[in-house]
Design a protein around this ligand. Structure first.
Ligand SMILES: *Cc1c(COP(=O)(O)O)cnc(C)c1O
Length: 464
């Protein structure tokens, strides 16, 4: 064996010990670590002929890059929709690399990882109060989950006019409708050849991001000669608005359409009894997107695509890996290879499996309620502050607000606030108007963190 590999395998324990120490060092100091790094990378390295081994690389990384890692899994990283990683999730993620399974078939591949993946989906559906009506699989994020759901929707739409789009391609005969789609839905339409311009925008209700049902029904009637795909939002990123799923599902009885629900983070509202009504009827969807690396606090690279079992044949004709027509019942000889975009796949379910079994219903109810409580506290500050104003009522876990004294000052304010490295927020556009948002997603965020952020904001305002 090449000497370096032989050496490493002989001292595996010390390699893994050092990695453990590095991990502890990061995680135990997360609270103090900056949420923003001003310093840029100083230097890049050319590829060496002889490497120094794993520990030497760890040393180089620690010296040059580690200090540039931001506290994005920490309690005051409120930009985008950023979850953290619970201890069980980290354990599962480490072991995913160690076990290094290629998770595909339920039978015949010689490993059980696909069975554990199915089991994880079953647990997740139980957590979210979803029936056993969906085929689920792990993908890298909600973008790929939206892609997967919309890809099967596209296949369904083709079939309505006797065409097999996965083979023949699209020719613009279908229509996609949405009110406030996430950017990744639009991106998915681009990747699917439907075209990102081809979204028929449903009007929103006054002061809301949720669809106007009267306009929606009119658009259904106007387009009844074409297959219709509806992408609805269960939690928009700016104001966490939900389309009225119950009413949309009721319209399915009168009109034919594919219903895709982007519940990337909003799906976790199902964990809390007082919020569950927001998702009422979602079990009737044709496909659903759930992100695990947001509110579930699993490390990045984890989302689930759910597609109704009755569409398994369509799902396989969309994603089957062989060019031969699919033979037989797709639920027999099940292989993720034929159900999802990727072929080789890591054992991506394991961090979620660890989390679900480690924390149970109560753990996730606590995480979601904790985020809602923190958002309320921050909302109270914004409302009582002379400097800021709320741009929307806080529905769940995101506070969308602006500086009263104008956009230009707001940009300066946000830049200065972020550069101080104690709290991180991101700018956004709400109905075309610049705004800021604070998203509460991380299980580590405590009341104390809200107070720290408020103090920071007040200090920045004083100096502005
Ligand atoms: C984050 C998000 C996405 C995209 O998810 P990624 O995990 O970043 O791919 C899609 N939809 C919604 C509502 C989101 O919040």
């Amino acid at each position: 064996m090449f000497e370096l590999f032989e050496n490493e395998l002989n001292k595996l324990e010390s390699v893994l010990d050092q990695v453990k120490n590095t991990s502890l060092d990061f995680l135990e100091n997360l609270r103090e670590r900056p949420t923003y790094i001003v310093e840029q990378l100083a230097k890049s390295y050319d590829l060496a002929d002889s490497g120094g081994g794993a520990l030497a690389s760890l040393e180089i990384f620690r010296q040059h890059y580690e200090k540039l890692m931001v506290a994005s899994p920490g309690p005051r990283y409120w930009g985008f929709v950023t979850g953290g990683a619970t201890p069980a999730a980290i354990a599962g993620d480490w072991l995913t690399a160690v076990y290094d399974q290629n998770t595909q078939s339920l039978q015949g591949a010689g490993d059980v990882s696909a069975i554990v993946e199915k089991e994880t989906i079953r647990l997740l559906c139980q957590l979210l109060h979803l029936p056993d009506d969906f085929t689920g699989g792990f993908v890298t994020g909600a973008t790929m989950s939206n892609f997967t759901g919309l890809a099967v929707a596209r296949q369904w739409a083709g079939e309505q006019s006797g065409r097999d789009i996965s083979r023949e391609g699209t020719s613009g005969e279908l229509v996609v409708m949405a009110a406030t789609p996430h950017s990744s839905v639009i991106k998915s339409l681009a990747m699917l050849g439907i075209g990102s311009n081809n979204v028929l925008r449903i009007q929103v209700l006054d002061g809301r991001e949720a669809m106007d049902l009267a306009d929606f029904e009119q658009k259904l009637i106007d387009n009844q000669d074409r297959p219709i795909i509806v992408s609805c939002s269960a939690g928009t990123v700016n104001t966490v608005d939900f389309d009225d799923i119950k009413a949309i599902v009721a319209l399915k009885k009168k009109h034919k359409f594919w219903l895709h629900i982007d519940a990337a983070f909003g799906g976790f509202a199902a964990c809390v009894a007082s919020q569950r009504h927001l998702l009422e009827g979602w079990e009737q969807a044709d496909s659903i997107t759930i992100d695990c690396h947001k509110w579930m606090n699993v490390p990045y690279d984890s989302a689930v695509a759910l597609v109704r079992k009755e569409h398994s044949r369509l799902q396989v004709s969309t994603f089957q890996n062989s060019n031969a027509p699919y033979l037989g019942d797709p639920s027999e000889n099940f292989s993720y290879l034929n159900f999802l975009p990727e072929n080789s796949r890591r054992f991506r379910a394991l961090p979620a499996w660890f989390s679900l079994t480690a924390y149970g219903r109560n753990g996730f109810e606590w995480i979601v309620q904790n985020s809602i409580d923190r958002a309320r506290e921050f909302e109270n500050y914004i409302e009582s502050s002379g400097h800021f104003e709320l741009l929307a009522p806080v529905r769940l876990n995101v506070v969308c607000f602006r500086l009263k004294t104008g956009t230009e000052r707001m940009c300066v304010f946000l830049d200065q606030l972020n550069r101080r490295g104690k709290v991180f927020m991101t700018p956004t556009l709400l109905s075309g108007e610049p705004a800021m948002r604070a998203a509460f997603v991380n299980y580590r965020t405590e009341k104390e963190d809200i107070l720290i952020a408020i103090r920071e904001m007040e200090e920045v305002m004083q100096a502005l």
